[in-house]
Every structure is written in structure tokens, then in C-alpha cells.
Design a protein around this ligand. Structure first.
Ligand code: GTP
Ligand code: ZN
Length: 186
């Protein structure tokens, strides 16, 4: 999914014209180039080396990184949706560097998305890479396309979750995760 920079520049110029702007005015004349560079930057963040560590093989409890700031773009309006991601897994002899969980979130977020697919893609990718006993992903996001246009409902939070493996089959593990992210009433 490489970015075609020249095509993108042309498209942004056309877009500016279509909304009644003058793409040659001072403030806008570099905008097509800036937007194209931004998408190249997003594109670079989509691939990274998911390095595994096998030497921590005796750690078999939950690893949880919570409150990861996350920014994505809704595929319907291309407006941002943003919020927090909480990601947990239970290793099965292999762990990863903690930053890789954040990079995974970013890799799947920086493209036109819907929150449900984003949640599932993060969980499935981590299952594939880490082959853990289980993965849990919870996203809590505000969608600007519901806040600044359309239904005009700012401040709402949409929560989605993807549970895999032991987080689905074992109630105690799921409860521990929910408690740690502050979502359990037990
Ligand atoms: N399920 C889901 N819906 C989303 C997400 N992001 C935006 N949407 C919704 O996608 C829908 C697109 O609906 P349409 O009716 O095709 O578009 P629209 O006429 O612009 O809809 P309104 O936003 O209601 O004005 C809207 O209801 C959005 O709120 C998401 O991540 N997941
Ligand atoms: Zn939208």
C-alpha cells in the first residue's frame, strides 16, 4: 500500500479547488506537498520489525499496556477518531518489546479505518506474531465525524473490544484484565 506522492499532490490541489479555495494562495500553495509528506509518514509507520524476546520465557502472567494514545481516520469521512487503547496478552514463552505494542496500534490506525476493524486487526496481528495464550484489546475513541458534523454529538466515547484465546475462555483472566483497565465492578 505505497503512497503515490504525485497523484496525491494533484488530488489535494483538485480538492482545494473543489471546495472553492485558491490552491495558489500563500497559505495553501505548499499544502499538497505537506499532505503528501504526511501520508508518506503514515506509510512508513505501517511497517516495522516486530522483534521477539524468547529469553523471558518464564514470565507467564499478563502483560498490559494501557492508555496508549491512538489517532486514526474514519473511512467514511476521512476525519480523525482518537482516544485510548489498552492492550494485554499472556505470553506462551515469547514476549515482545513493549514499544512494539504501541507500534502495532499505530500501524493499523494510520489508514482509513473503522474502529471495529482496527480493534480486530490489532488483536489478530498480536496473536499471529506472539502466539500467546491470549490477547485482549480495548479501544475507547471519540469520532470527530460525529462531533463536528452530522449528528453533532461531541464528547461521546465508543468502546470496542477484541478478546482472543484465554481472555475468552477464562473468566478470571478476563476479569483481571477489566479490573486493571478500570472497567470491572467486581
Ligand atoms: N461502526 C462504525 N461506524 C462508524 C465509524 N466511524 C464512523 N462511523 C459511522 O459511519 C456511518 C456512515 O454513515 P452514512 O449514513 O453512510 O454517512 P452519513 O450520511 O455521512 O452519516 P451521518 O454521520 O449520520 O451524517 C455514520 O453513522 C458514522 O457515525 C466506526 O469506526 N465504526
Ligand atoms: Zn466518519
Amino acid at each position: 500500500m505505497a503512497v503515490d506522492k504525485e497523484k496525491l499532490k494533484q488530488a489535494i490541489r483538485l480538492f482545494l479547488e473543489a471546495i472553492g479555495e485558491d490552491p495558489d494562495r500563500e497559505g495553501l500553495k505548499e499544502t499538497p506537498e505537506r499532505v503528501a509528506r504526511m501520508w508518506e509518514e503514515f506509510d512508513r509507520q505501517r511497517s516495522f520489525d516486530f522483534k521477539l524476546f524468547e529469553e523471558f520465557g518464564d514470565y507467564n502472567e499478563m502483560v498490559l499496556v494501557k492508555d496508549i494514545n491512538i489517532y486514526s481516520l474514519c473511512e467514511h469521512h476521512l476525519l480523525p477518531f482518537f482516544g485510548k487503547a489498552h492492550i494485554a496478552y499472556i505470553p506462551n514463552g515469547i514476549v515482545c518489546g513493549l514499544s512494539k505494542l504501541v507500534r502495532t496500534v499505530r500501524a493499523f490506525a494510520l489508514r482509513p479505518q473503522v474502529q471495529e476493524r482496527l480493534t480486530n486487526q490489532i488483536a489478530d496481528f498480536l496473536m499471529e506474531q506472539l502466539k500467546p495464550k491470549g490477547v485482549a484489546v480495548v479501544l475507547e475513541m471519540e469520532h470527530l465525524c460525529m462531533s463536528m458534523r452530522g449528528v453533532m454529538s461531541p464528547g461521546h466515547i465508543t468502546t470496542t473490544s477484541a478478546l482472543r484465546g484465554i481472555f475468552l475462555s477464562d473468566l478470571r483472566t478476563r476479569e483481571e484484565f477489566l479490573k486493571l483497565i478500570g472497567k470491572s465492578n467486581q
